[in-house]
Design a protein around this ligand. Structure first.
Ligand SMILES: [Zn+2]
Length: 166
């Protein structure tokens, strides 16, 4: 059961513009479910070697992800990508380019992924209890069957995709 953020009344599901929405049965307020924005990095710690962290929290418990997290109001997407990378895998990075923006019909999060490189000699290490471990992987070592999210898989695929000759 979901509740109205205006008055706390229970929401009914109604069709509005051909989409199911929660409408408050008490005050009529319609809850639009906004897409959240997350920022992440493919951090290249050595040539062709990228950092993945193995999650110690749900969702994706025990599976591997690129470092990232939700963008907070008051910071830019790029700043959030740098902050989350430092918080999750202990590496201060600078951003090189955009890898892509990943969103899916069944997900409420859009993930903006940057290619990043370390600013200093930091080695990957889990920082905050969200991860069991963090380390570098070459393309052939990436645990493709044990990635936590579609966005991680698709961003890594795009990152490693051979550059077109034209
Ligand atoms: Zn209400």
């Amino acid at each position: 059961m979901e509740y109205c953020r205006r008055c706390g009344g229970p929401l009914d599901t109604v069709q509005i513009l051909a989409k199911p929405r929660g409408r408050c049965s008490r005050c009529g307020h319609v809850e639009y479910r906004d897409l959240a924005v997350a920022a992440a990095t493919v951090t290249e710690v050595a040539a062709g070697q990228v950092v993945l962290a193995r999650r110690a929290i749900r969702p994706g418990y025990g599976l591997w992800v690129i470092p990232g997290g939700f963008v907070e109001a008051g910071e830019t997407v790029a700043t959030a990508a740098i902050r989350e990378t430092a918080e999750e895998v202990g590496i201060r990075v600078r951003l090189v380019r955009l890898v892509g923006v990943y969103s899916y019909p069944r997900s409420r999060v859009a993930v903006v992924v940057y290619h990043a490189i370390p600013e200093g000699p930091d080695a990957p290490a889990p920082q905050d209890g969200e991860s069991f471990e963090a380390r570098g992987f070459h393309q052939g070592e990436v645990p493709w069957d044990d990635l936590a999210f579609d966005s991680t898989r698709d961003a890594l695929r795009d990152f490693f995709a051979p550059v077109s000759p034209d």
